[in-house]
Structure formats: structure tokens, C-alpha cells
Design a protein around this ligand. Structure first.
Ligand code: SIN
Length: 292
């Protein structure tokens, strides 16, 4: 039986999330695209609402890097505040973990514990992130995702007309006192990624659908509004986007490779597993184009 006979997609949730089984991403035939399965996986990812989990993968760092590169150019994250957590031999892998060995943290603890889209403070904000679950606590440590396309489409037409065309300032400086307050935010990080304006409503470059584009960790306000107006509007939108019917909560299994589309989702890592168990993951991050 060929790999193409066993590849299978199952929807996980009405608003977003698809599970894939029956493929071995480390198989040389898959890697050389002898099977032509990548096209089906990529299409399934675009149709998933923004989150796909590929189960039961045995991935060496090289396998994850090779698969991730099929989504686009990798963001090496060099010079970023998370630089101490990059894999020592494979610098495009960012380690997320609560493990400590000989007093050294093996990854960033409590990464992503707020609703965000990766690297939205950059001009080339992230397209995709691929997170591989190597060690998973027996329970807890889920990751939640919201579908920003359906969240946008659920707004009234009048409200949508009001917000179409607005732009937000994404400024990593804000992370210093919030999402990155336990890290040393480097001057290099701040000077290489100065505050940037991105549309509040963006059009997905591949599906053509409009979606909200938000990141509670770095957005400092809406251009042209006074701070109170901006805070009231953003506060409404943040609450709206994470309504339960727009959210999928991923309960990790070992060897899951989770791939999310930062252009049309936000995510939140649930930090509820202190004292429960160890969590160790490898993340790769794919550059996107400037949001429009
Ligand atoms: C992240 O935001 O990249 C971390 C997600 C997670 O650890 O679940």
C-alpha cells in the first residue's frame, strides 16, 4: 500500500483544526516529494481554518527543518530576545520547554501565554509556525487557537465597514512589561524591529478571505484614535475573537506536529502544568509577507 492510500484528514472542530494521519514526514520518499503528498497536506492546511496536527511523527531536527522549509523561508530568530533558547546545533529551531538541565533552561518557559500571532511586530510577520511535541505532560499544557476569519465574518456588516481600513501599531517595547517580562528584551531586538503599522483587517494572501489581525502582546493602539477610543475598540475585539465557538483547544500527544497559520489565527499556550510534568517542544517559524 502506498503512503497516498493511507493519508487521511479528520476535522477536529467546527471552526478550525484538522488532524492528519497516515503520513511519515521523515520518509525519504515524502521528503523528495516522490509521493506528491505535500500538495494535499498544504491544501488541507489552508482549508483547516488555520491549524493542522500531523500525528505520530518521528522527527529529527533535520526532518522538521526540511518539512518546514516547504512552507517558505525560515525566520532564524537570531538577535531576537528568544535567542538563548535556539537549538545549539540547529539555529532555526526555537525550543519551548519547562525543562532545566544542570541549571540551564532547555527552552523558553511560559512562552506564548497570551493571545497572539507570531512575530506580528515584524515587517515580515510570521506565516506559519510548526511546533513538534517531543515531551508532553500527562495532562495540561494545551494550546488554544482562535479562527480570526470566522471571528471577522461574525461581526455585523456595519461594524466590519467601520473597522476595515484601520491600522494598529505593533511595538515589541510593550512586551517588556507584559508577555516578555521574565526575559531580557535586547536593544538589538528593539532596534532591528521598530514599531510597525499593520492592518487591523487583513486579506489572507492565499485564501483571499478577510480576517482580523491582532496581537494582545504588542499592539499599542489604533492609528489616528485617541488612547481611550482605541482601548475600548481593541478590548471588544479581543473578547470577541476568543468566543468559544471560534476556538479550538489542542490537547497534545507526544509526536504531534502542529502547524498554524499566523495570518488568520491567534494562539495562547495554557501554562497550567507547573509541577505536573515536563514539556519539551521544537518550533520552526516561517516568514510571511508584509500583511495587507
Ligand atoms: C508559542 O506561542 O509558540 C508557544 C505555544 C505553546 O507552547 O503551546
Amino acid at each position: 500500500m502506498s503512503a497516498a492510500d493511507t493519508l487521511s484528514f479528520q476535522r477536529l472542530n467546527p471552526s478550525l483544526g484538522v488532524q492528519v494521519t497516515g503520513v511519515d514526514l521523515a520518509d525519504p520518499a515524502f521528503r523528495s516529494d516522490g509521493t506528491n503528498l505535500f500538495g494535499q497536506i498544504y491544501r488541507g492546511w489552508l482549508d483547516s481554518g488555520g491549524v493542522m496536527v500531523i500525528r505520530d511523527q518521528n522527527l529529527e531536527p533535520e526532518d522538521q527543518l526540511a518539512f518546514s522549509r516547504r512552507f517558505g523561508e525560515l525566520d532564524p530568530l537570531e538577535g531576537a530576545t528568544v535567542e538563548p533558547y535556539l537549538h545549539p546545533e540547529h539555529r532555526e529551531i526555537y525550543r519551548v520547554s519547562n525543562k532545566v538541565k544542570d541549571g540551564v533552561k532547555l527552552g523558553r518557559q511560559r512562552a506564548g501565554v497570551y493571545w497572539h500571532s507570531d512575530n506580528s511586530h515584524k515587517e515580515r510577520a510570521a506565516k506559519a509556525s510548526l511546533l513538534y511535541g517531543i515531551e508532553i505532560p500527562p495532562y495540561g499544557g494545551d494550546t488554544m487557537f482562535s479562527n480570526m476569519t470566522v471571528a471577522y465574518e461574525a461581526l455585523s456588516e456595519t461594524f466590519r465597514r467601520t473597522i476595515d481600513g484601520l491600522r494598529c501599531i505593533h511595538d515589541f517595547e510593550k512586551a517588556k512589561s507584559g508577555s516578555f517580562k521574565n526575559e531580557t528584551v535586547t536593544d538589538r531586538h528593539l532596534t532591528t524591529t521598530p514599531p510597525i503599522s499593520h492592518p487591523l483587517v487583513r486579506t489572507h494572501p492565499e485564501t483571499g478571505r478577510k480576517c482580523l489581525y491582532l496581537n494582545a502582546g504588542v499592539i499599542t493602539g489604533i492609528e489616528g484614535m485617541d488612547p481611550e477610543e482605541s482601548a475600548a475598540l481593541l478590548d471588544f475585539l479581543y473578547r470577541h475573537c476568543i468566543r468559544p465557538e471560534f476556538v479550538y483547544r489542542h490537547q497534545w500527544r507526544e509526536k504531534d506536529l502542529l502547524i498554524w497559520d499566523n495570518r488568520c489565527t491567534m494562539h495562547y499556550a495554557v501554562a497550567d502544568y507547573d509541577g505536573v510534568g515536563e514539556r519539551y517542544m521544537h518550533r520552526t517559524t516561517v516568514f510571511g509577507d508584509r500583511p495587507v
